[in-house]
Design a protein around this ligand. Structure first.
Ligand SMILES: Cc1cc2nc3c(=O)[nH]c(=O)nc-3n(C[C@H](O)[C@H](O)[C@H](O)COP(=O)(O)OP(=O)(O)OC[C@H]3O[C@@H](n4cnc5c(N)ncnc54)[C@H](O)[C@@H]3O)c2cc1C
Length: 474
């Protein structure tokens, strides 16, 4: 089956079904008292409290752009009762209080890049979209960046470029701030930790609509730590204050690197090289993302290649760190002095957002572990072969997490993942931002017990777990 074509058909059907449902609702509302579903009740209350420019119903202007704005087409196959587009934290408080009061289903969408189906959209409930909360500013006295949750990583770097600072965010420009709540991996991470390790202060709306400000040391320090990896389960963050990283302006070519493209004949050598890199590379100035891709072209020809994005905060690529990657036969090598803003835009999305239906799945393996990287590569090639008629693209990506990245998180009060340091590699946490929803990610966290206790404290009726789709295990 051609998944793309199949989804296109589904998408058209969805429009038909949506309008059919609308017709039915208006018929029934003429015949009897107003619909009584929890989503209807919450949305009705919110329309009164916040007005139609913030609370959009299916025929309103922003409703469809939000619902169809989800990056994976699987997440566009939903019909929320209303879409709330808050402008302030107070709007989010009012929204959550109504959702809680009427026991409505709900979901939250920031950059919309979640792959798991249902994690950023909802049927017959309230969808909160941060499209209209996108401010970002740099506080030079505190040396921190304050962001609203609707900002995307490319935008954040562009808007702060002239001030020479950037947040630790993601590597692809169109991704949004939901990334932070899953940990967050950036090319800055080896030197500055997971993105969430750079939290300074978070404004969080709890399930009943209460707004709290959490820091590493105040009375909400447990919530603060749980939000570093706890994904969408611990409240809605309406304001992130994070450490500013002095990355320089577009004129400051303080990095060296770029992309190397390799042919399939180099795949196994690359898997061995990334295994060695993971085991031996300790320099926090070095960052790498290696991925293997298999694309079925519209004319049914297949394109297979690997790309290594390698960057070094310095004037050249040290051969002690990147030597193996530089010596493996390549198709194209594009390396030069670079500024951080150039690095941040080097992985722009190759196609328009929300053009594909996506599925993710992840494993975690230790460097040098019995050739596991090569084994994973072979499994991916096998999968690609077996399912070549089902998927038009398959990608296998490796991101090494160096000891420096884990150590920084610990120095800053720890995160929920709590990866082991040193040789204790028996229990490694899965990385939630790249996992499938069936994977029990929280159970692999070093702070799983803490996470469960903190969840029970802040959401004693388990409202979030009952009414919102997201990671299992709490
Ligand atoms: C093309 C692509 C590139 C990627 N690159 C990277 C990368 O370089 N590094 C990395 O770490 N990850 C990466 N990811 C994974 C990415 O981190 C996750 O998909 C992340 O969840 C996306 O965040 P978002 O805001 O764009 O998505 P959304 O789907 O809007 O949000 C993600 C989740 O967080 C919840 N959420 C969002 N905002 C809030 C909030 N304010 N309060 C409470 N819950 C909230 C949502 O409900 C949803 O469950 C990538 C994904 C894709 C598709």
């Amino acid at each position: 089956m051609d998944l793309w074509k199949g989804l296109d058909v589904l998408r058209q059907k969805k429009w038909t079904v949506t309008f059919a449902i609308l017709n039915l609702l208006s018929l029934s509302s003429a015949a009897r008292s107003p619909a009584q579903s929890p989503g209807d009740l919450a949305c009705r209350k919110l329309q009164h409290a916040l007005g139609p420019s913030i609370v959009n119903k299916p025929n309103d202007q922003d409703y469809h752009s939000v619902v169809f704005g989800a990056w994976s087409l699987f997440n566009t196959q939903y019909s929320p009762t209303c879409v709330v587009l808050p402008r302030t934290s107070n709007d989010v408080q009012i929204t959550m209080a109504a959702i809680y009061q009427y026991d409505s289903k709900f979901s939250v969408q920031a950059g919309g890049h979640s792959a798991p189906k249902g994690w950023n959209n909802v049927d017959h409930g309230v969808l909160i979209s941060f499209e209209h909360m996108r401010n970002i500013s740099y506080d030079s006295i505190k040396d921190t960046i304050v962001m609203e949750p609707g900002i995307r990583w490319g935008e954040s770097v562009t808007l702060l470029e002239s001030q020479g600072v950037a947040p630790v965010g993601g590597r692809v420009d169109d991704v949004g701030t939901g990334l932070l709540l899953g940990g967050g991996i950036s090319f800055l991470s080896p030197a500055h930790g997971f993105a969430a390790d750079n939290f300074v202060e978070l404004d969080v709306v709890l399930v009943d609509g209460t707004l709290v400000t959490a820091t590493e040391t105040n009375e909400f320090s447990d919530l603060f730590r749980a939000l570093k990896g706890g994904a969408n389960r611990f409240g809605i963050v309406t304001r992130y204050e994070v450490r500013a990283i002095h990355t320089g302006t577009a004129d400051d070519k303080t990095w060296f690197g770029g992309l190397i493209q390799y042919p399939p004949s180099s795949f196994e050598a690359l898997a061995k090289a990334i295994s060695n890199y993971t085991l031996y590379a300790t320099d926090p100035n070095a960052a790498i993302l290696l991925y293997f891709a298999h694309f079925l072209q519209p004319d049914d020809t297949v394109q297979s290649f690997a790309i290594a994005s390698i960057f070094y905060n310095g004037t050249s690529l040290p051969s002690s760190v990147f030597g193996e990657f530089l010596s493996i036969p390549a198709l194209q090598t594009n390396l030069s002095p670079m500024s951080y803003p150039e690095i941040a835009s080097s992985l722009s999305e190759p196609q328009p957002a929300n053009g594909h239906a996506q599925m993710f799945g992840a494993v975690v393996i230790a460097g040098g572990e019995d050739d596991m990287h090569v084994e994973v590569l072979r499994q991916w090639l096998n999968f690609t072969n077996v399912f070549q008629d089902e998927y038009n693209t398959t990608v296998l990506a490796f991101t090494p997490i160096p000891i420096s990245q884990i150590a920084i998180g610990r120095e800053r009060g720890g995160n929920a993942m709590n990866s082991p340091l040193g040789s204790a590699i028996s229990r490694l946490p899965l990385y939630i931002n790249e996992c499938d929803k069936k994977q029990s990610v929280f159970e692999t966290y070093g702070q799983y017990e803490f996470l469960k206790q903190t969840y029970a404290k802040y959401d004693p009726t388990r409202f979030n777990v009952r009414r919102m789709d997201g990671p299992q295990g709490l």
